[in-house]
Design a protein around this ligand. Structure first.
Ligand SMILES: [Ca+2]
Ligand SMILES: [Ca+2]
Length: 402
C-alpha cells in the first residue's frame, strides 16, 4: 500500500500546478511505470520468436520485445529459445536435415535434437516456426521464418518510428558457456550489433539478460548497455520455498568454475550487492517474489490441485532488497493459460506483482499485461477526491484574485 500513500503529496503537487491529469506513483525503482515485455513476442498467440510474434506483441502494447539468442554454424545470432530446433520449428519433418539429428551435452544434460550451430543461416531460413505448446493456436504453423537479431532490431526500430513510441529489445544470451565451448562466443557479436544499432549508452532501449554470471561481468567491461541477471529455479516446494535441481540449480558457469553458490544465493542481500556491481537489474522467476503455499484448496475450481491453486502468503522481500541495492526487478513469466500461482485470473496475478513494485513483467500475453498495468495505474477513488479538492481550492483562489 506504500505507493498509495506516495500519492498524497503528488496529488497536492498536481493540484497546485494546475495539471489535471492524475499520475500514478509506482513502487518501482525510479517511480516510473513498469514495463510490459513481450516474452518471445506474443508467444501465447503466435509461434514464438518470429517477426510476426514480436509485431503482435507490439500491437498488443508491449514496451519491449524479447529475442532469445542462439548462434548458427557461421556465428549469426538468431532468435530461438534453445539451441535445439525440434520443438519450435518443422526441422523434424524435413528429410534433407534428417542426418543432422545428433546428441550433445547442453549444460550438463545429454540432449538429442537438431542444433542451430549445425546449420547455416541459409539453411535456418528454409525452416518454418511452429507453436510448441499443444493447447495454443496451431493454425500458424509452417508460415513464419526464424529471424536474425538484425531483423528483430530493424522491426523494433521501424515500429518505434511508425508508432511514435519506443519499442525496446531485451535480448537473452542463451547458454553462453555452451556456445563458447563450440567456438561460437556470443557476447562480442551481440555487443557489436547493439552498439551499431543503438550506440554504446545505458539510455539505449535495450537490456541484455543472461542466466550466467561471468559473461555479464565481462559485458559490464565492454558496454554501457544495461544488463540483467536472470535467476532460475526448477520448481516450488509445498512449503513455498524454491526447489533447485540441476540444470536449474546454479548458473552453468558456476558449475564449470566450481562456484558452489545456488541461484537462490544471488537473491540474498550479499548476492544482490554483488549483482549491483556489474548489472542494472535482476530477473528472478516470479515465485522468488511472491510467497505462496500449497494447502490443498482448489482455488481455480478446475477439479485438480496444482501449483496454480497455491495460497498467497505475502511477498518475500526480494523486490525491496533489490531496489535497496539499486537494481531493477523484471520477473517472469506471466501466462494466461498456466502458472498462475495462487490466482484464478492471470490479469489479477500481474496486477498483484505491479502493486508489489516490480519494474517489469515478461508475459506471453502482452495485452493482459497492458490491461493489468492500466488497472493499477488508476488512483483509487479517495485519491481522486483529494486531487479534485486540491484543484478546486486552487481554482477558487485564482477566481478570487481576478
Ligand atoms: Ca528468455
Ligand atoms: Ca485447481
Amino acid at each position: 500500500m506504500l505507493h498509495r500513500l506516495k500519492l498524497l503529496p503528488l496529488a497536492i503537487g498536481v493540484a497546485l500546478t494546475g495539471i489535471s491529469i492524475p499520475a500514478m506513483a509506482w513502487d518501482t525503482l525510479d517511480g516510473s511505470a513498469p514495463l510490459v515485455i513481450g516474452h518471445r513476442g506474443a508467444s501465447g498467440y503466435t509461434p514464438e520468436h518470429t517477426l510476426e510474434s514480436y509485431a503482435k506483441a507490439i500491437d498488443l502494447g508491449a514496451d519491449f520485445i524479447e529475442p532469445d539468442l542462439v548462434m548458427t554454424r557461421e556465428g549469426v545470432l538468431i532468435a530461438r529459445h534453445e539451441p535445439t530446433l525440434a520443438s519450435t520449428t518443422d526441422v523434424a519433418s524435413r528429410p534433407e536435415f534428417a542426418a543432422r539429428k545428433t546428441t550433445r551435452m547442453l549444460d550438463g544434460v545429454s540432449t538429442t535434437d537438431w542444433f542451430a550451430s549445425d546449420f547455416t543461416l541459409a539453411e535456418i531460413k528454409t525452416l518454418r516456426a511452429v507453436q510448441p505448446v499443444a493447447s495454443r493456436d496451431q493454425s500458424q504453423n509452417g508460415l513464419y521464418e526464424i529471424p536474425t537479431l538484425d531483423e528483430v532490431i530493424a522491426l523494433a526500430q521501424s515500429r518505434s518510428a511508425s508508432l511514435g513510441r519506443t519499442i525496446g529489445i531485451y535480448p537473452e544470451i542463451k547458454h553462453s558457456t555452451y556456445h563458447r565451448d563450440l567456438g561460437l562466443p556470443m557476447e562480442d557479436a551481440l555487443v557489436s550489433k547493439l552498439h551499431a544499432a543503438y550506440g554504446n549508452t545505458r539510455t539505449a532501449p535495450v537490456f541484455i539478460q543472461s542466466f550466467e554470471v561471468s559473461n555479464l561481468k565481462y559485458l559490464n567491461s565492454t558496454t554501457d548497455i544495461r544488463l540483467v541477471q536472470l535467476v532460475d529455479a526448477d520448481d516450488v516446494n509445498p512449503d513455498g520455498s524454491l526447489s533447485l535441481v540441476a540444470p536449474y540449480r546454479q548458473p552453468y558457469d558456476f558449475v564449470v568454475s566450481g562456484d558452489s553458490r545456488l541461484f537462490s544465493d544471488l537473491l540474498t542481500p550479499e548476492g544482490l550487492a554483488e549483482i549491483a556491481t556489474y548489472a542494472d537489474g535482476v530477473g528472478p522467476w516470479k515465485p522468488y517474489l511472491l510467497r505462496t503455499v500449497a494447502d490443498n484448496v482448489d482455488r481455480n475450481g478446475d477439479g485438480v490441485i496444482t501449483i496454480n491453486d497455491r495460497r498467497i502468503e505475502g511477498d518475500t522481500g526480494v523486490i525491496d532488497a533489490a531496489h535497496a541495492a539499486g537494481l531493477l526487478v523484471h520477473t517472469w513469466t506471466f501466462r494466461n493459460d498456466r502458472s498462475q500461482y495462487g490466482f484464478s485470473d492471470p490479469q489479477l496475478e500481474m496486477e498483484a506483482y505491479f502493486r508489489l513494485g516490480v519494474d517489469g513483467v515478461f508475459t506471453d500475453y502482452p495485452d493482459t499485461g497492458f490491461a493489468a498495468r492500466a488497472v493499477v495505474a488508476v488512483p483509487e477513488p479517495e485519491t481522486y477526491a483529494l486531487m479534485l479538492a486540491g484543484l478546486g481550492l486552487v481554482l477558487a483562489a485564482k477566481a478570487r484574485r481576478r
